[in-house]
Design a protein around this ligand. Structure first.
Ligand code: SAH
Length: 464
């Protein structure tokens, strides 16, 4: 982030602009929404500027800027539409101590004006650091459409009601009240006119005061393989409402960012073979927060019911008498198989598919190797990187064909996804060569749909 967004207090303060043409007009239209004292310097003002000056909206000084003209100004806009003059006027403003913006010149500007969605007092500023103005405009158009024009009015009335809402306990109860106001009762009431809003607020507050305080609850939520767009709508909603989020190591940053900003975020990441938060500690955290009345989201990668040690956590919260539910997610095998254009099951090839773990609490996990070694079997092996040689040895010992295709997908669904296509014979060496450091899923018995012949290939996904 090169440019840090802030909202500058402008009421009663000085803003200076140099220029009198179209660029100046565009900026002035925005600036006139503030309560700043605006001074415009230009020998050739457009007629609107003359009118604004006549009606006292700004002060017009009909000459070019001179040193000292931007004294005490907070902000200065060089809108001269002439790069030599812009450089001259912004040097003056700079020396006078104002923050300088040169219109359409990012490099020489000390601040930039974002695209703005105005629902005063709600103001949304959109910036792309000059990288993609088209994108900023598209986002603005999208928000303009989505946010009702009455939002500003609702916010203004809401502000006068803030103190009343303090009769509700701080935290969840108060938040629920305001949510109900802005997204339900408020918009409904304002349809009957502005005067209907205040009585609706009184009714709403009474209804919320009468509500029993909510009990603590744990949602065990599958976060999917990493791509935030593979979250379910239920997962998204749970994150939106959580007071506490307890998450694993594999949960991507983009997904964590979707949690409510006030939520307590607890990282209980378990490294496969490294240091970890003990399962007992995790169980205790769940019970502690659930018992305190919090809405807890226990975020697990993929689907919570697949190699997630879910049952131990369910037992702990059940024993503590805390309510819970499970939100299913997309498991790594589903995301990984999608990326190679294959099916997990296929008529005439395999009528069943196994989900295996490469290691369990005792070390490498044992499975029915003889059954797996038969032709056309398909298995998705989770946590299989370290156990590759062990798995290979067991399968070959039980007669598996050394040419059986194997595909390892690292970081499935993420921008840094990689696909390694190999065979049982070469699995350990090819895997070592690929040096995979992210989570990886190994498919036994599946090759990418478009794989070239037996030779090992490593495909790194490319983004347009
Ligand atoms: N509950 C999870 C699995 C947890 S075990 C699920 O349903 O996906 C952790 C293992 O899952 C990792 O070692 C890896 O084998 C696999 N895994 C998780 N996310 C993955 C991803 N984005 N790409 C590839 N494998 C992944």
């Amino acid at each position: 982030m090169d440019h840090f967004p802030i909202f500058v207090a402008t009421s009663g303060r000085r803003i200076v602009l140099s220029g009198g043409g179209d660029a100046a007009l565009a900026k002035l239209r925005l600036l006139l929404k503030t309560k700043a004292n605006i001074s415009v310097f230009t020998p050739k003002p457009a007629s609107e500027i003359v009118q604004w000056a006549a009606t006292g909206k700004l002060t017009l000084i009909k000459r070019a800027m001179e040193p000292g003209d931007a004294m005490c100004a907070v902000l200065f806009y060089a809108a001269d539409e002439d790069s030599v003059e812009d450089a001259r006027t912004s040097a003056i403003a700079n020396a006078d101590g104002a923050l300088v913006n040169v219109v359409d010149n990012l490099a020489d500007s000390q601040f930039i004006t974002p695209a703005i969605v105005d629902r005063d007092p709600v103001t949304i500023a959109i910036g792309t650091e000059g990288a993609a103005p088209v994108l900023a405009r598209a986002i603005k158009a999208d928000l303009e459409e989505r946010l009702p024009a009455t939002l500003g009015t609702l916010a203004r009335i809401g502000k006068t009601f803030r103190k009343m809402s303090y009769s509700l306990p701080f935290g969840r109860a108060r938040r629920d009240f305001w949510r109900d106001y802005y997204f339900n009762a408020g918009p409904k009431a304002i349809a009957d006119g502005v005067d209907a809003v205040r009585p609706a607020l009184d009714d709403l507050l009474n209804a919320h005061l009468a509500r029993d305080a909510r009990e603590g609850h744990i949602a065990f939520v599958g976060a999917g393989p990493g791509d935030p767009e593979l979250l379910t709508l239920k997962a998204r909603r749970a994150l939106d409402e959580a007071d506490v989020v307890i998450y694993d190591r594999l949960i991507s940053k983009e997904i964590l960012e979707l949690a409510r900003r006030e939520a307590i975020m607890l990282d209980v990441g378990k490294e496969g073979f490294g240091p970890s938060t003990s399962q007992d500690t995790i169980n205790d955290l769940l019970v502690e927060h659930g018992a305190s009345g919090a809405q807890v989201v226990r975020l697990k990668s993929g689907d919570a019911t697949v190699f997630g040690r879910l049952d131990e956590e369910l037992d702990a919260v059940t024993a503590a008498g805390i309510g819970w539910h499970i939100v299913p997610g997309i498991t790594a095998a589903s995301a990984a198989v999608a990326s190679i254009g294959q099916s997990l099951t296929k008529r005439g090839r395999n009528a069943s598919v196994r989900f295996l773990t490469g290691h369990d609490m005792q070390g490498f996990a044992d499975h029915d190797w003889a059954a797996l070694a038969a032709p056309n079997e398909v298995a998705a092996i989770y946590m299989g990187k370290k156990s590759a040689r062990f798995v290979q040895g067991r399968l070959i010992m039980h007669g598996a064909d050394q040419n059986t295709p194997i595909t390892v997908i690292e970081n499935a669904s993420r921008p840094n996804q990689r696909v390694l296509s190999t065979t049982l014979a070469h699995l350990p060496t090819d895997l070592a060569d690929a040096n995979m450091t992210g989570p990886a899923l190994t498919f036994y018995g599946l090759a990418p749909r478009d794989a070239s012949e037996a030779a090992a290939t490593l495909i790194t996904r490319e983004f347009a």
